[in-house]
Design a protein. Structure first.
Length: 460
């Protein structure tokens, strides 16, 4: 197989585009074929170098490798003009002076019963000549055959009056020259396919095999967009997702592996992927399920690899946090280890465990709930027990706090939560024994004293 992924650089790489790239990559790797990256920048007004960089960055982050490219479609203008002249000289295309208003008037009169045939002239835009008889059939691997009767098709415009070619013409020529055997893309391209097939037919070329993927919808059944949360690959990266988890989740959007398994390695995806098992129906992107899946990957990661990923994420979003963890790599490694089971994304780490590196203000609601008069009494007693510990490690902290719970005859949370609020400022943290031991005796006692003083002042 020879495949291509051909995004337009008119914005960031959408999640749907990322899935298309992934499916092409899986097919290329499975078949032992090759994958070309082509940047379709014929939309000069909306395309930009910045968007190209965003797309390349997103594909790199997803770890989708290409065998060739990127090839800029605009760099092939000379070849496009050469083929255009050939079709004109062979009478398969012609210049047309019909205006947009004239075409609109024709459509109002004839509707869909007959396609527009242009007004031939010595100049003007260039249209491809379409016969009134026959039909073009798109034999789609997912949707099956779709037939387009020629009588209903317009003579498509393939070049502007200034000689610059249009998208459907450029794509057909580029696919032909690159010897593309399979085109896997979104179903929003299906209306373009008969036009591209007509160009290839006019050139006497064998067309590639097509597969049009169903579009992605949000949980509400509407087309996936920013209102559903993450809409681009960069959104997912910035939200703290792992590329291997994203690949796994995107692969399952609209495709069934044939088993009940949902966690599939990249190697398993390559082995099992089958384009004919892709559903025709729109696939629903579920942020909740994706967050769950990412959590599975995080919890199965090696601690050192996870720490590296978290640090890289902090570098990109919070310089102060990154500097704080770099200043104490030993504590950082331990903080990752005791936090791992509670993380769903890389972004969860700092809100959960940042207190181990920087002191935070106490949440007023948490203070009112857990540092009332009774809570302060239990916290003061907790302080004494912690101060009296000999070797200040997790086992000793656990022994002291569990002993205090038994002695007071209270629920564990009535001892642990006031302490957690005192050291972390919030009611959620990694395990309290591990957190206290990692924070250390001196810093723990300082924070307990500060919390007791602040809550007492607030109550008077």
């Amino acid at each position: 197989m020879r495949l291509r992924f051909a995004p337009s650089p008119t914005g960031a790489l959408h999640i749907g585009g990322a899935r298309t790239a992934l499916f092409n990559w899986l097919l290329a790797r499975q078949s032992g074929g090759s994958l070309l990256l082509r940047i379709e920048d014929t939309d000069i007004e909306r395309s930009s170098a910045e968007n190209v960089e965003q797309i390349l960055d997103a594909l790199s982050w997803l770890e989708i490798q290409f065998d060739e490219g990127p090839v800029m479609q605009s760099s092939r203008r000379g070849r496009h003009v050469e083929v255009l002249r050939r079709l004109l000289s062979e009478g398969r295309a012609y210049h047309c002076t019909a205006t947009a208003a004239e075409v609109a008037a024709y459509k109002r009169e004839h509707g869909q019963e007959r396609g527009f045939r242009g007004v031939e002239s010595a100049e003007g835009a260039v249209r491809l000549r379409v016969s009134d008889s026959g039909k073009t059939v798109v034999n789609d691997l997912i949707r099956g055959p779709t037939r387009f009767a020629h009588v209903h098709l317009d003579d498509p415009v393939i070049a502007r009056a200034d000689g610059s070619v249009l998208y459907n013409f450029a794509v057909a020529v580029d696919d032909l020259d690159a010897a593309i055997t399979h085109v896997v893309r979104g179903e929003d391209h299906l209306p373009n396919t008969p036009k591209q097939l007509l160009v290839l037919e006019a050139l006497g070329a064998e067309p590639p095999i097509y597969a049009h993927l169903p579009l992605l919808h949000g949980p509400d059944g509407r087309k996936l967009s920013k209102r559903h949360g993450a809409a681009s690959v960069q959104d997912l990266r910035d939200a703290g997702y792992l590329p291997e988890a994203v690949r796994n989740y995107l692969a399952l959007l609209g495709w069934g592996s044939g088993s009940e398994e949902t966690i599939l390695s990249t190697e398993q995806l390559i082995t099992r992927f089958d384009i004919t098992r892709v559903s025709r129906n729109p696939a629903r992107f579920d942020p909740v399920k994706m967050r769950w899946m990412n959590g599975v990957y995080i919890r199965s990661a090696a601690v050192d690899a996870l720490a590296e990923a978290i640090l890289k994420h902090l570098d990109s979003i919070d310089g102060e946090a990154a500097a704080a963890v770099r200043a104490d790599p030993r504590r950082f490694a331990k903080a990752v280890a005791i936090s791992q089971e509670k993380l769903h994304t890389l972004a969860d780490f700092w809100p959960l465990a940042g207190f181990l590196f920087l002191r935070r203000p106490t949440d007023p609601k948490a203070s009112r709930r857990w540092l009332d008069a009774d809570g302060r009494l239990r916290l003061a007693e907790t302080r004494h027990r912690l101060e009296d510990i000999g070797q200040f490690d997790e086992q000793a902290v656990r022994h002291a706090l569990e002993g205090l719970v038994l002695e007071l005859g209270c629920r564990p949370g009535e001892v642990y939560q006031p302490l957690r609020v005192a050291i972390a400022g919030v009611t959620v943290s990694p395990g309290i024994f591990e957190s206290v031991a990692l924070l250390g005796r001196e810093e723990t006692l300082k924070r307990v004293d500060a919390a007791l003083e602040a809550s007492l002042s607030a109550s008077t």
